[in-house]
Design a protein around this ligand. Structure first.
Ligand SMILES: *[C@@H]1O[C@H](CO)[C@@H](O)[C@H](O)[C@H]1NC(C)=O
Ligand SMILES: *[C@@H]1O[C@H](CO)[C@@H](O)[C@H](O)[C@H]1NC(C)=O
Ligand SMILES: *[C@@H]1O[C@H](CO)[C@@H](O)[C@H](O)[C@H]1NC(C)=O
Ligand SMILES: *[C@@H]1O[C@H](CO)[C@@H](O)[C@H](O)[C@H]1NC(C)=O
Ligand SMILES: *[C@@H]1O[C@H](CO)[C@@H](O)[C@H](O)[C@H]1NC(C)=O
Ligand SMILES: *[C@@H]1O[C@H](CO)[C@@H](O)[C@H](O)[C@H]1NC(C)=O
Ligand SMILES: *[C@@H]1O[C@H](CO)[C@@H](O)[C@H](O)[C@H]1NC(C)=O
Ligand SMILES: *[C@@H]1O[C@H](CO)[C@@H](O)[C@H](O)[C@H]1NC(C)=O
Ligand SMILES: *[C@@H]1O[C@H](CO)[C@@H](O)[C@H](O)[C@H]1NC(C)=O
Ligand SMILES: *[C@@H]1O[C@H](CO)[C@@H](O)[C@H](O)[C@H]1NC(C)=O
Length: 827
């Protein structure tokens, strides 16, 4: 800090001389103009003082900017939220370079941006601002924005859709149409368009942002349209499908639900939580969605600062909700209509993290419940491999979109601050008071969140325009041929893309095409872990002719990839269900205490302690000095343990609800205490909380790989059965955080009540704890998992090991055999 001040002083001194010279020049100029009113000395003194202050402040900014962004991995501030997410500077710089190259190509194709503008502004808006202050007397006129060329997809953006579909244009002089019912809707759309246009520098510039800021996957729209022949051509498939999702919510008279997954850049660290783009989207979209007849818009920003895409991606139901209307206790637990992936910052280039996420999305919200939610991917423009993955899955996902504003915003940010459209001014101004946690260079500020929110809102408004247009046509035609425009559509899509239903009828699992990341990234070393990508099955008993494109065959044998259902329990917030404490049988402590309180060694000696890391506590305390903690809800509690904490015992329940109906007829398909565990469980994953402290290679602190021991189903798990995940997306700052454990063949199942009866069996590690729990009326069968710190040198709370997620795969081997027998006996 001292050296910093010193350098600042030197910098200020140097600039002082420059400014003095500048000022002298200015004074000369002024004196020539106003010869007779020489200002008194103290005014000059004040003027010089103010300028000096400004220059010092600016220099400080610039200095800070460079020390933080150019230090390649070493973030010099101690701002806890500032470096909470595993920002990989090297990797991201590489991605940005790629970005620049691509942008050059784009510029050659599209309208060229003036070279001078480009060179003027290599990211240093602060410097631009400063030069303006010094040269202020000379006012320049704004150079005009170039005329951007729009691609074909602009034919169905919010503007052109309005022109096609709005009756306000066509029927301006025709008052007898009943479309007047929707007049407020169309007026609001027009007003939102007007606002958008004004914010971003005119209609052409605004449409360019929509065009370049988003990628959709529309190739399949060119198929034979069973659609009615309208005066307009058929819109792209993503618009139709999204419109039908909205219509579904309208018909069911329920809110349209969006759930956002990601980390600090999504949750909005550095700003207020309500400044983040999910809530900006809500602000723009909600009034219009209501005018379109949908009850309300529910936005759940479920992002958590500093988490990789896995284990997050195994816990979609827990963070976003996943219950059907009939089973959801409250609205937050219902299945969302739209979800998101925003992990691009730490997964430069590699598509496998996104592919695994997509596969889990498809299997978590599988076709038994309804179509999978719409997926929004927020990414860099240059991340081609991930776009390829989405293109590959677009028929299954139906209407995924990629939001990438980096290249789209560049021509505007390249201009001097005062010549930018309103929406690009104050680009780095935070929504939270100065000095709030998270104000780091890699976090977007308010205007960037707003741009993202606006572009997403415009996408949904386009779909709403189409929905209202089709409804108006329905009314006009008095329920003639196109009343079922959505059914028509969804039926064709489902039968084409979800042909895996054929397989689903044989197994309760979701069947998927083989993964593509190896081919797309040309990475032969990549390993497809079963719990991330599923497992291939070959089965001669399945008739290949019934199976459509999503699968492949080898030697006439059907090959498909099966995703086992994955269950998750976590300590992280914000979740709507699945608290880790639900499955803890014994050995934990501190759940009832205020998590911000310091926990002494006393607790750690008694058991695995529910706690927050020091870094998290510091950040939370800092946040709590602001009203409502700036609105943030994300939090990374965990169970922390040392050698003395002894064993924490968990019972992982078997939750295969999908086969309940079948099972009622044959109870031998359900697991019982004493059955072999590997018949019913695929594998278990245990993750530690991902913390910055992991990066300080303290030789004495916990090494999750070697210092944490696990017994599964009463059997010691050897090194042979465990492996740390190192796939992209499941590592934190290059360090694996999750332990993947295969079930030892000798492991046996147990049940809640059996455990209680054997409560004093020392081998089960539940000594003397059994009086805390009760016998269940309906016994719960499950897999016993015991976790303990095996290294006797881990004794201090600062060295503690941690557990934040327990994830497991269920199998139904017996069930599949049963089905096979049934299907053959039928023949
Ligand atoms: C800031 O971090 C450095 C090392 O990264 C550490 O030495 C220093 O004590 C920290 N300062 C504060 C105030 O936490
Ligand atoms: C339609 O109604 C508006 C007022 O709502 C009126 O100003 C306009 O003259 C009407 N147009 C026709 C053709 O009747
Ligand atoms: C457009 O902007 C004005 C002024 O900021 C605001 O009052 C109005 O609600 C906005 N309209 C829409 C549809 O967002
Ligand atoms: C659609 O309309 C065009 C003229 O607008 C006509 O040429 C074409 O045959 C029609 N197609 C169908 C399938 O009705
Ligand atoms: C894939 O990588 C290998 C080397 O790892 C290289 O020889 C080959 O040309 C690459 N193929 C493509 C399509 O990039
Ligand atoms: C489906 O398979 C057929 C032939 O097997 C092929 O022509 C067609 O392109 C495939 N469709 C997709 C969407 O992969
Ligand atoms: C396909 O059949 C050939 C010869 O019958 C055999 O060598 C090969 O291993 C088989 N491939 C698979 C995947 O079963
Ligand atoms: C489990 O392994 C540890 C050493 O890794 C050993 O000390 C312990 O006795 C083993 N327990 C059982 C039940 O095999
Ligand atoms: C672990 O694997 C190694 C080699 O694969 C084998 O020699 C050893 O016996 C295995 N240990 C156990 C406990 O299974
Ligand atoms: C129940 O399933 C088992 C195992 O598949 C099978 O052996 C048994 O015959 C089945 N019983 C009935 C009543 O279907």
């Amino acid at each position: 800090m001292e050296t910093l001040l010193l350098r600042l002083r030197v910098l200020c001194f140097q600039s002082t001389t420059i400014i003095q010279r500048n000022n002298q020049r200015n004074r000369h100029r002024r004196r020539r103009r106003h010869d007779d009113d020489e200002p008194p000395f103290f005014i000059l003194f004040l003027q010089v003082g103010t300028v000096l202050l400004l220059v010092c402040l600016a220099t400080f900014h610039v200095y800070q900017y460079y020390t933080t962004s150019n230090s390649n991995g070493v973030v010099s501030t101690n701002d806890t939220y500032g470096d909470d997410d595993d920002y990989d500077y090297d990797a991201v710089n590489a991605a940005k370079q790629q970005d620049d190259k691509k942008e050059l190509k784009l510029n050659q194709l599209l309208h060229p941006i003036k070279q001078e503008q480009q060179s003027q502004s290599q990211n240093n808006n602060d410097i631009d601002e400063e030069t303006i202050i010094i040269k202020a007397p000379v006012r320049k006129t704004a150079p005009p924005l170039p005329n951007f060329e729009l691609s074909k997809s602009a034919e169905w953006d919010v503007y052109s859709t309005y022109d096609r579909c709005s009756p306000l244009l066509a029927n301006e002089n025709n008052n007898n149409s009943n479309s007047n019912n929707n007049k407020p809707f169309w007026q609001a759309v027009r007003e939102l368009q007007k606002n958008f246009t004004e914010t971003y520098g005119g209609e052409n510039a605004a449409r360019m942002l929509l065009d370049r800021g988003m990628t959709t996957f529309r190739s399949s729209s060119s198929n034979s349209n069973s659609f009615t022949n309208t005066s307009t051509s058929t819109p792209p498939i993503d618009i139709i499908v999204t419109a039908c999702r909205l219509r579904q919510a309208k018909l069911e008279k329920r809110p349209f639900r969006l759930a956002f997954g990601g980390y600090s850049v999504t949750t909005g660290h550095g700003n207020r939580h309500s400044d983040s783009y999910p809530f900006q989207l809500k602000e723009f979209l909600e009034p219009i969605i209501k005018l379109a007849g949908i009850v309300s818009l529910k936005v759940n920003n479920a992002a958590i600062g500093g988490v990789p895409s896995f284990p997050y991606g195994w816990c979609m139901k827990e963070f976003w909700g996943g219950e059907t209307k009939t089973t959801a206790i409250n609205d937050a637990q219902s299945i969302p209509d739209v979800v998101s992936w925003d992990f691009g910052m730490n997964e430069p280039g590699g598509p496998e993290g996104l592919e695994a996420y997509v596969r889990h999305l498809l299997s978590t919200y599988n076709s038994n419940i309804g179509p999978p939610p719409k997926l929004i991917v927020k990414d860099y423009f240059a991340a081609d491999h991930r776009k390829d993955v989405l293109a590959k899955y677009s028929s299954l996902l139906r209407d995924p979109i990629v939001l990438h504003t980096d290249v789209a915003a560049k021509p505007f940010l390249a201009r001097e601050e005062e010549f930018r459209p309103l929406g690009f001014q104050k680009w780095r101004e935070w929504g939270a008071p100065k000095g709030s946690p998270g104000q780091a260079p890699h976090h977007p500020a308010v205007q960037e969140h707003k741009l993202n929110g606006y572009i997403l809102a415009m996408h949904f408004v386009t779909a709403l325009e189409y929905m209202i247009y089709m409804e108006e046509r329905e009314n006009e035609k008095r329920k003639s041929e196109d009343t079922n425009w959505c059914q028509q559509h969804s039926s064709t899509t489902t039968s084409e893309s979800l042909s895996s239903g054929d397989v689903s009828s044989l197994t309760p699992f979701f069947s998927l095409p083989p993964p593509e990341s190896k081919r797309i990234a040309n990475d032969t070393k990549l390993h497809y872990d079963g719990i991330l990508f599923g497992n291939p099955i070959m089965d001669q008993s399945i008739n290949i002719n019934n199976i459509k494109n999503v699968t492949s065959t080898q030697n006439g044998t059907f090959v498909s990839w099966i995703m086992n259902p994955v269950r998750c329990r976590t300590t992280f917030e914000p979740k709507v269900s699945g608290d880790l404490s639900e499955i803890i049988v014994s050995g934990s402590i501190g759940e009832d205490l205020d998590v911000l309180l310091p926990k002494s060694q006393y607790y750690y000696n008694k058991g695995w302690t529910f706690d927050l890391s020091e870094a998290e506590k510091t950040a939370k305390k800092k946040l709590s000095t602001y009203p409502d903690g700036l609105g943030f809800r994300d939090s990374k509690e965990a169970y922390y343990g040392i050698y003395e904490s002894s064993t924490m015992t968990l019972l992982l329940p078997y939750e295969m609800t999908e086969i309940d109906l079948e099972v009622e007829q044959n109870s031998s398909l359900l697991p019982k205490a004493g059955d072999s565990a590997s018949e019913f469980y695929g594998s278990v994953v245990i993750c530690q909380v991902n913390e910055k402290s992991l990066n300080s290679f303290d030789p004495d602190s916990c090494n999750f790989d070697t210092d944490v021991g696990v017994r599964i189903g009463g059997i010691n798990v050897t090194q042979n059965n465990t492996k740390m995940f190192d796939t992209i997306g499941s590592v934190y700052l290059g360090k694996p955080i999750c332990k993947h454990i295969t079930i030892p063949s000798e492991a046996l199942l147990t049940s809640h009540n059996t455990l209680l009866n054997e409560g004093d069996d020392p081998s089960l590690g539940v000594v003397g704890q059994s009086d805390h729990i009760k016998l269940l009326e309906e016994d719960q069968t499950g897999l016993l998992v015991e976790v303990f710190v095996s290294n006797p040198h881990i004794v201090h709370i600062n060295q503690a090991c941690s557990i934040s997620h327990v994830v497991w795969e269920e199998k139904a081997t017996k069930f599949i055999e049963y089905r096979k027998i049934q299907s053959t006996t039928k023949k």
